[in-house]
Design a protein around this ligand. Structure first.
Ligand SMILES: Nc1ncnc2c1ncn2[C@@H]1O[C@H](COP(=O)(O)OP(=O)(O)OP(=O)(O)O)[C@@H](O)[C@H]1O
Length: 557
């Protein structure tokens, strides 16, 4: 039996399957309002028949989290997590990383190079020695599965489509071959580098671009490669040809780059390495025309293209393959399946108004911060953040695309420093973002697609760590439940029979999955009287003032 299969068998089931009352009839077409099930929580109490996690029974018996912001102690579950008190040191290079877990690798294509078992094997590919020393400074001892197979493929200058689960080290799998093949920086003139940027990495969000930029800087330490995180400011600076001819690598979102292309402020004719990270997102309707324009502008005859993602539906894979020249396809683990390291569960919450009480109940029990909470819109993120602050949940933060650049950066920095215990966000943080310490993910609003589910929960369980993912579902989410249940089942967890008996949603229905309209406010019942409104405003402002003060102190230090 393979190690992977053995691990799958060792795992427990979804906590949910103790449900005896919830049944397939809940989600069948004619379920009328009058037949609807009891609320998951009424007046803060869970009916016994829906108390899947035995919260009610254990109330008062289990250790309560210390959620007092003044003591600044993080809540934690007893008997686990002795190292969970993350501090800034967690980001240190000296941190002892666990050895990467091995996963099954399947390849398709002609003349596939042998995978490597250690980074030192890369010497036979003439990998510059300082890159090896930077890898060892980053404390990466052995390559992960995706790295062991994809690095030699890219070093052989082959085109590649790589599908590997979230948190398995895809970033380094493409960065390392780029650095190796760039050899000397363009400014050194000791290589035939041509004129203009030679490597281009395209990602869906500014936050992810920023994260990859920082990863690049670590790997490039000690060399003078010019790496640019494309923004409005850097785009302006690069409108000067002599400045842009000194650039080795650009990391950008599609929109920003296409704007510069259309203004004639950048040329991509010298690009020899093009990477589309989060490839299925890059090839979806929102980005497709921009990606086409970028690919068409990368006209160098010797260009190498590589696409990476944790998920790649077959329609996107076909588009990807059509873009490539004699590509190799690599699949690590089971395609479109999260790693069993992430313990997944589903929680029934009847309707939208029952979600907040359920979440507050969740935080009344011991939990493992940092926790990432996904909501479907910016307004709901803001509203939920306010509700959690009002309910005195400690160290809550928010991040969504409606915030200013500075607010987003501050929020991310607090998360990285371990100051945020709970981050409420939207799909913007769903892909690629790497916070090693995230212990739990809560899908407060149901994911918008199977891919969105896999990427969202993949913010935990990274680099061999364990994680937990909880997904709230309401009656409204019922038609889509089976799609998510199938993913959970495929990851090796059990799913209640009644969910498996639900009808499979049609393709049309699945497209509706992300389109459920939810109210902007998460607590509709709140009667905002004058006193309440003032209290709410003061608490939110107080929280902002505290954060501003902390930042002010930090900048002084
Ligand atoms: N060889 C290695 N050994 C140990 N840790 C590693 C290794 N390579 C990468 N990591 C760490 O693993 C974590 C996840 O890496 P990365 O963000 O590249 O994952 P990913 O596969 O791109 O995930 P996602 O699909 O979510 O974008 C990072 O914190 C990174 O530092």
């Amino acid at each position: 039996m393979s190690n992977e299969a053995f691990q799958l068998l060792l795992r427990g089931g979804v906590s949910f399957d103790k449900s005896k009352t919830a049944n397939v009839a809940l989600f069948q077409k004619n379920t009328s309002k009058s037949q609807s099930t009891p609320k998951a929580i009424v007046n803060g109490e869970i009916p016994q028949e829906l108390d899947f996690f035995k919260y009610a029974q254990s109330h008062g018996k289990r250790k309560q989290p210390d959620a007092n912001p003044k003591t600044n102690k993080r809540p934690r579950v007893e008997g686990r997590d002795s190292d969970s008190d993350r501090s800034e040191d967690d980001e240190d290079d000296g941190e002892d990383l666990p050895a990467p877990v091995r996963h099954r690798i399947a390849t398709k294509g002609t003349n596939v190079p042998e995978p490597i078992a250690s980074f030192s094997e890369l010497q036979s590919y003439s990998l510059p020695s300082h890159i090896l020393s930077n890898i060892s400074k980053m404390n990466y001892k052995t390559p992960t599965s995706v790295q062991s197979q994809c690095i030699p493929i890219l070093l052989k200058h082959r085109d590649l489509v790589a599908i590997s689960p979230t948190g398995t080290g895809k970033t380094m799998a493409y960065l390392l071959p780029i650095f190796s093949q760039l050899s000397a920086p363009i400014s050194s003139a000791s290589v035939d580098a041509g004129e203009g940027v030679r490597a281009l990495i395209i990602v869906p969000t500014r936050e992810l671009a920023d994260q990859i930029f920082n990863e690049c800087l670590k790997l490039a330490q000690g060399r003078k490669w010019k790496i640019v995180l494309f923004s409005k400011a850097t785009a302006n600076a690069l409108s000067n040809k002599s400045a842009r001819d000194k650039v080795d690598i650009i990391i950008s979102t599609p929109l920003r780059l296409v704007a510069a292309l259309q203004e004639g402020n950048i040329t991509l004719t010298n690009v020899r390495h093009l990477v589309l990270d989060e490839a299925d997102r890059m090839l979806d309707a929102e980005f497709m025309s921009q990606i086409e324009e970028i690919v068409a502008s990368c006209s160098h005859t010797d260009i190498q293209k590589a696409l990476f993602s944790a998920t790649l539906p077959s329609s996107a894979e076909k588009m990807a393959m059509d873009m490539l020249n004699d590509p190799i396809r690599v699949v690590v683990g089971l395609k479109d399946t999260p790693l069993p390291l992430i313990k997944q569960s589903l929680t029934y919450v009847a309707d939208d108004s029952s979600k907040l009480p359920s979440l507050l109940q969740y935080f009344a029990q011991p939990y493992n911060p940092p926790v990432l909470i996904f909501t479907s819109t910016q307004a709901r993120s803001t509203s939920l953040t306010e509700e959690l602050i009002l309910n005195k949940i400690a160290n809550v933060d928010c991040l969504h695309a409606g915030m200013t650049k500075k607010e987003r950066e501050d929020s991310l920095n607090r998360m990285r420093r371990g100051e945020s215990w709970i981050m409420v966000t939207t799909e913007i943080m769903g892909r690629g973002m790497d916070f090693k310490g995230v212990r739990e993910v809560i899908n407060y609003d149901f994911p918008t697609s199977v891919q969105s589910y896999i990427h969202r929960i993949g913010r935990t369980g990274r680099a061999g760590q364990e994680g937990k993912a909880v997904t709230f579902f309401t009656d409204e989410d019922g038609p889509y439940l089976k799609s998510i249940a199938n993913v959970i089942l495929q990851s090796g967890f059990t799913v209640p029979d009644w969910i498996l008996k639900l009808p499979k949603p049609s393709k049309m229905k699945r497209r509706q999955m992300g389109k459920i309209k939810r109210p902007d406010v998460v607590n509709f019942a709140r009667k905002i009287g004058r006193a309440d409104a003032i209290k709410k405003r003061e608490m939110v402002q107080g929280s902002k003032r505290r954060k501003a003060k902390e930042q002010h102190q930090e900048t002084k230090e």
